[in-house]
Design a protein around this ligand. Structure first.
Ligand code: ATP
Ligand code: MN
Length: 479
């Protein structure tokens, strides 16, 4: 009868004491042959199990080592010691699984580094840091669904395998069952994908947007939340080859409605995490503060993690145009002192150093940039009347850079086709997409939020590999 156990989080907040309880978990520490700190992942706080002297024989005592799993039956009592309200006075302790201290990778004298734990990602959930990170991640994911569900959005599962490249950027993972050694070729020597599994060339999706737009043209409001794949060879702390993206798509929305929704959404999920994971966020705030103590004064953040999140919740995001952003950069001391690696002029794609200057140095808060030059943005973005810019919006967050990319979509068929031809997008392949502009087209808009970048922001972690369970990055696909 394993299911009669009580989770540690519930025990620790129990109003009642005196009753018999069953608790199970993994040993975090064992002191004085008497006090076991037990954790079951429901919270970072351990329950103290007291094994009175004489309860266990020597052989059993030796097996209570960090990482070993236990089933404890005992009485929940008010704690005699400091630091916890209640503890379990054990009547019976059963060792479910031993853990050899000589071999256990988390049995370290010094606090393991995040780099070390990345290599032990199969066990790192058992540490306080990753326990907190992944409970917060869960909470954010739950809040995503709650936010959209409460607004009447339909959760649409767009395909993982596709034959279209939504971004036109070409950084895709190919999906094929063709043999490598005897690849079928056409007369001109190119690979004959007619012989492939789907009878055409296919890849893993880089975005669910195009299919999402089809949904919005029927349900009004949809969102997708699923894995996305990009074979971009950028080994940064912000890019993964496999990441999760949330992509809402709304009919009867213009760019301003789109910005309002994105801002409301971001604030909502942060608030949800603060309300439901206060302990974990407090732990992560302390972790960050400790980590920053190692840094020189000028590299440390002005705010702690909790203050940063509260600040974001309580202040409107700054909204500026791309043209204004470029002007600010050109006027900046950083530009004048030639501190930027990349040059600044109207027309450039803002580099991460520019984005970070805007949010961290200039505005010191999230910034929404609109009206990007059409040449640096995707074909489906709505063209503005100036003939130069599109109704795009990127949201930039302190410490992260771009967290959201979105736009009002081009709903005018001729304009869209013209742009596709200019950008060499095969119009015939996307005939199904163009149908939405032929049959009852409406103004519509949407955006994509990179889920891991959001988790970074809320947890204060600094490397994206530490907020996804098993990171996929160039030259790395363990587990
Ligand atoms: P970046 O310039 O940072 O590479 P992008 O312009 O390629 O981003 P979009 O195509 O607009 O990004 O994707 C929407 C969102 O998905 C981004 O705002 C970001 O939050 C997230 N994102 C994009 N690429 C990655 C990646 N490789 N790993 C994790 N998140 C990503
Ligand atoms: Mn990119």
């Amino acid at each position: 009868m394993f299911n009669s156990r009580t989770k540690i989080k519930a025990l620790l907040s129990s109003e009642q004491t005196g009753q018999e309880v069953t608790v199970m978990g993994w040993v975090r520490s064992f002191r004085n042959n008497q006090f076991i700190a037990l954790n079951d992942g429901s919270t970072n706080n351990n329950i103290q199990v007291v094994a009175e002297l004489g309860l266990l024989d020597d052989a059993t005592l030796k097996r209570i080592t960090p990482g070993a799993s236990l089933k404890v039956v005992g009485q929940l009592i008010e704690s005699l010691g400091k630091g916890q309200k209640v503890e379990v006075k054990a009547k019976n302790i059963e060792i479910l699984g031993d853990c050899d201290p000589e071999k256990y990778p988390l049995q370290l004298k010094n606090r393991p580094t995040l780099e070390y734990l990345r290599e032990k990602a199969h066990l790192r959930f058992r540490t306080n840091t990753f326990g907190a990170v992944f409970r917060v991640r869960h909470s954010l994911a739950f809040a995503v669904h709650k936010f959209f569900n409460d607004k009447g959005f339909v959760y649409l599962h767009t395909p993982i395998i596709t034959s279209s490249d939504a971004e036109g950027a070409g950084e895709m993972f190919r999906v094929t069952t063709l043999p490598f050694d005897k690849t079928p070729r056409k007369e001109d020597g190119t690979v004959d994908f007619a012989e492939d599994f789907f009878g055409k060339s296919t890849n893993l999706t880089v975005s669910g947007q195009l299919e999402g737009e089809l949904g919005a043209m029927a349900f009004s409001d949809i969102y997708t939340f699923g894995p996305t794949f990009r074979a971009e060879n950028s080994n940064t702390t912000r890019h993964l080859a496999e990441f999760w993206m949330i992509e809402p798509e709304m009919a009867f929305y213009d760019i301003e409605d789109n910005m309002n929704l994105a801002e409301e959404f971001i604030k909502y999920i942060i608030k949800h995490a603060i309300e439901h994971n206060a302990d974990d966020i407090a732990f992560l705030a302390q972790r960050l503060a400790d980590e920053e103590k190692q840094l020189p004064q000028d590299k440390r953040s002005e705010f702690g993690l909790v203050e940063k999140l509260e600040f974001v919740l309580n202040n409107p995001f700054e909204r500026i145009t791309y043209t204004e952003a470029v002007d600010i950069l050109l006027q900046s001391p950083a530009y004048k002192k030639k501190k930027f690696e990349y040059d600044v002029s109207w027309g450039i794609d803002l580099q991460s150093e520019h984005e970070r200057y805007l949010v961290e140095k200039h505005f010191k808060k999230p910034v929404i940039v609109t009206g990007y030059p059409k040449a640096i943005k995707a074909f489906y973005m709505r063209q503005n009347d100036d003939g130069k810019t599109v109704a795009a919006m990127d949201i930039l967050a302190p410490g992260i850079g771009e967290i959201v990319g979105g736009s009002q979509r081009e709903e005018r068929l001729e304009k869209l086709e013209e742009r596709m031809r200019e950008m060499h997008i095969p119009v015939e392949d996307l005939d199904w997409y163009l149908d939405t502009r032929r049959f009852g087209a409406v103004p519509h808009a949407g955006f994509g939020l990179g889920f891991e970048r959001m988790v970074l922001f809320v947890t204060g972690m600094t490397n994206i590999r530490d907020v996804i369970a098993f990171a996929r990055t160039p030259n790395n696909c363990e587990f």
